[in-house]
Design a protein around this ligand. Sequence first.
Ligand code: NDP
Ligand code: 8X3
Length: 251
Amino acid sequence: MSKTVLITGATSGIGKATAELFAKQGFNLILCGRRQERLEQLKNELGRDTAIFILNFDVRNREDVFSAIESLPKEFSTIDILINNAGNAHGLDPIDKGSPDDWDAMLDINVKGLLYMSKAIIPKMVENKSGHIINIGSTAGKEVYPNGNVYCASKHAVDAINQGMRIDLNAYGIRVGAVNPGLVETEFSDVRFKGDSERASNVYKGFQPLKPEDIADIILFVVTRPYHVNIADLVVMPTAQASSTIVNKNN
Ligand code: NDP
Ligand code: 8X3
């Protein structure tokens, strides 16, 4: 029987590429996001290959998260694989100039949203003693870079939550692991720079960034390992990148 995979942030970037790849592999997919048109388009396109259910909610809204998961029809109600991917950076400012609204957005989405999703789904995994959770962290969860302060804090929190989940769910045979990408060209920088597309595209100029499909490939590899293999924490960067601040733009 095909496994059921829930992907948050499936309307763009890494989540969308993962949905597209997983659909080709025949996984049943629950695709989440706030942009209804994009969700419907995904359902139409990927529905040719596999069963798709779409859920439109904001991960910041705890009640909406729980009612979305409760609303799943029987055939989608057992989630085998949870991919906690929804998230973004908002702003890139020194700590004294940062916007508290941006801080709220990053902590509410990247940290609390991930926790709400996990709380809505994990109890049934525990009951079934079965499940696999992939948390999308970042190199920003491994090191802090100038002006990255709160985004980096949110991804360090994801790193800690990933470790905590693995410890707490170990007794139930539930696999937990993180995939931590470096620079991937998606809508990420458009969101970070609030629609300033020139500033956003400059982030990826002069070197070859990762593509969202590269991360989707890795997520597929992670979930298709034999049951006794759990990829606990994986960091992946473009070859041109050595750290958050060292990117070789000369080759
Ligand atoms: P995108 O901006 O392309 O995608 C972000 C996704 O998150 C969208 O599908 C968006 O959907 C969803 N999302 C954002 N806010 C909310 C919300 N409040 N409620 C529900 N869904 C939300 O960025 P990426 O694909 O790059 O980012 C995906 C993940 O990868 C993030 O966690 C990011 O931090 C991480 N990451 C990205 C890297 C990069 O360089 N791009 C590197 C390392 C990690 P919608 O707007 O429809 O709600
Ligand atoms: C996204 C990667 O370096 O832009 O998490 O913060 S970075």
